[in-house]
Design a protein around this ligand. Structure first.
Ligand code: FAD
Ligand code: NAP
Length: 345
C-alpha cells in the first residue's frame, strides 16, 4: 500500500473544487484496506472514503487519510432459474457494471445507466433514476467497520434504504467501509418506463419489441442531452434531493400553484403520508435556472444541478446552495436537503 502526502484532489472530484489530502492511498485489495485502517488507528488519523468523487463537496484541505476505493471483481455466486446472485467489488465502475450485466443477460439496472461513480457508493445513497432504485436488487452489503476493521455483512434490510438515503449516510456514516455489494439480478427483463422523458425517447426511436438494450440506450441518450458532462462542465449531479413534504404543505402549495408537479410516495407503516415535490421545479420557479451566484452556475437545462465552470472552491459552491435553499424556503416554505456529502471544513 502506497501512502502519498499532500495530494491534489481536484482531478478526483467531479465538481473539480480545489482540495488537498494530507495523505491518500488507493486500495485495491481487502488486505490493503486493512493496512490503511491500521495506519489510521495507529496515528489517530481521520479517515475519508472516496469512490469516484461524483457526490461530494470537498473543503480545501482534508486532514487525515483519504482512502480511494479501487477493489475490483465480479463473481457469480449462485444461478437460479430466474435470477443470479452477483458479488461486485466496491471499486468497480458503476456504469461499466450496468453495461456488462446487460451483455450477460442480467436485467434490472438499465434505468441506472450512466450514473457516475463506483459500485461501493451505490448503496450509500441508494442511487436511483427513472423510477428504479438500487435497493430493489441488493441482497447484502459487505464491508469493514471503523475503527476496528471488523468484517461485517449487512442484509438489505439492515441497510435501512430510503429515498436517496441509507444507514451509511446516517448511523454508519464514517463507521463502515463497503468492500463489495451482492446483487440479485433477474434473468427476465421487466421494463420500467413510467418517466415521461424516457417514454418519449423510446417512442421516438423504438420500432418493434421493447428490449433492455433499447431502455439502456434511451436512458443514456436522455441523460447526455439534459445533464452536463462533468469532464467538460464540473458538477456533482443533483445538488438537492426532491423534498418529501406533508400532505398539508402539498395541498397548500397545490392551491397556490396548480401546475406544480408532485408524485406519490409509497406509504410506510407508522409514518404520516408524504408527497414528493420536484426540487428542480421549485428552484426554476424561484428564477434560479441559468443564473450565476458567485462563480457557480445553475445549469440551463436542469435547475437541480450546480455547475462549477471556473473550478472554484467549496465555499463558493456551498454559498450558492445556501442562497438557493434559503430563497426556496422563503417562497414556498419547503426545506431543501443537500444530496452530496461534505468532506472536511
Ligand atoms: P463519492 O462521491 O466518491 O462518495 C459519495 C459518498 O459515498 C461519500 O460520503 C463517500 O464517503 C461514500 N462512499 C463512497 N464509496 C464508499 C465505500 N466503498 N464505502 C463507504 N462509503 C463510501 N445519483 C443518483 O442517485 N442518481 C443519478 O441519476 C445520478 N446522476 C448523476 C449524474 C451526474 C452527472 C453526477 C455528477 C452525479 C450523479 N449522481 C446520481 C450522484 C453520484 O453519481 C452517485 O451518488 C454515485 O453513487 C456516487 O459514487 P462515487 O463513487 O462517485 O461516490
Ligand atoms: P425528470 O425526468 O425531468 O423528472 C423531474 C423530477 O420529477 C425528477 O426529479 C423525478 O424524481 C420526478 N419524476 C418524474 N417522473 C416521475 C414519476 N413518474 N414518478 C415519480 N417521480 C417522477 O428528471 P431528470 O432531472 O431528467 O432526471 C432523470 C432521473 O435521473 C431522475 O430519476 C433523477 O433522480 C435522476 N438523476 C439524479 C441525479 C443525482 O445526482 N441524484 C442527477 C441526474 C439525474 P426522482 O429524481 O425522484 O426520480
Amino acid at each position: 500500500m502506497i501512502v502519498q502526502q499532500e495530494v491534489d484532489l481536484q482531478p478526483f472530484n467531479t465538481l473539480a473544487v480545489p482540495a488537498t489530502a494530507e495523505r491518500l492511498c488507493a486500495v485495491t485489495t481487502l488486505g490493503e484496506l486493512q493496512d490503511a485502517l491500521a495506519l489510521a488507528q495507529a496515528e489517530h488519523l481521520h479517515l475519508h472514503v472516496l469512490g469516484g468523487g461524483s457526490n461530494v463537496v470537498l473543503h480545501p484541505r482534508l486532514k487525515g487519510l483519504v482512502v480511494q476505493m479501487r477493489i475490483q471483481g465480479r463473481e457469480i455466486l449462485e444461478r437460479l432459474p430466474d435470477s443470479v446472485l452477483l458479488r461486485v467489488g466496491a471499486g468497480e465502475n458503476w456504469h461499466e457494471l450496468v453495461e456488462w450485466c446487460l451483455g450477460q443477460g442480467l436485467y434490472g439496472l438499465e434505468n441506472l445507466a450512466l450514473i457516475p461513480g463506483t459500485v461501493g457508493a451505490a448503496p450509500v445513497q441508494n442511487i436511483g433514476a427513472y423510477g428504479v432504485e438500487i435497493f430493489r436488487f441488493i441482497e447484502r452489503v459487505e464491508g469493514l467497520t471503523l475503527p476496528d476493521g471488523e468484517s461485517v455483512c449487512l442484509s438489505a434490510q439492515r441497510c435501512e434504504f430510503a429515498y436517496r438515503d441509507s444507514v451509511f449516510k446516517n448511523r454508519l456514516r464514517n463507521r463502515f467501509i463497503i468492500t463489495a455489494v451482492v446483487l440479485r439480478l433477474p434473468l427476465f427483463f421487466t421494463p420500467e418506463i413510467s418517466y415521461p422523458a424516457l417514454r418519449e425517447q423510446l417512442t421516438a426511436e423504438q420500432a418493434g419489441e421493447l428490449t433492455a438494450r433499447a431502455v439502456f440506450n434511451a436512458v443514456c441518450h436522455v441523460r447526455r442531452t439534459r445533464l452536463p458532462d462533468p469532464q467538460t462542465i464540473p458538477n456533482c449531479g443533483s445538488f438537492f434531493k426532491n423534498p418529501l413534504v406533508s400532505w398539508f404543505l402539498y395541498e397548500h402549495l397545490q392551491n397556490l400553484y396548480p401546475t406544480m408537479p408532485s408524485y406519490d410516495v409509497p406509504a410506510q407503516p407508522g409514518v404520516a403520508p408524504l408527497r414528493k415535490l420536484a426540487a428542480a421545479w421549485l428552484i426554476d420557479q424561484a428564477g434560479w435556472r441559468g443564473k450565476v451566484f458567485g462563480q457557480i452556475k445553475v445549469h440551463d437545462h436542469q435547475a437541480l444541478v450546480l455547475t462549477n465552470p471556473n473550478r472554484v472552491g467549496a465555499d463558493a459552491v456551498l454559498a450558492a446552495a445556501e442562497a438557493i435553499s434559503r430563497d426556496v424556503k422563503e417562497r414556498f416554505g419547503v426545506v431543501l436537503e443537500m444530496e452530496p456529502q461534505v468532506f472536511g471544513g
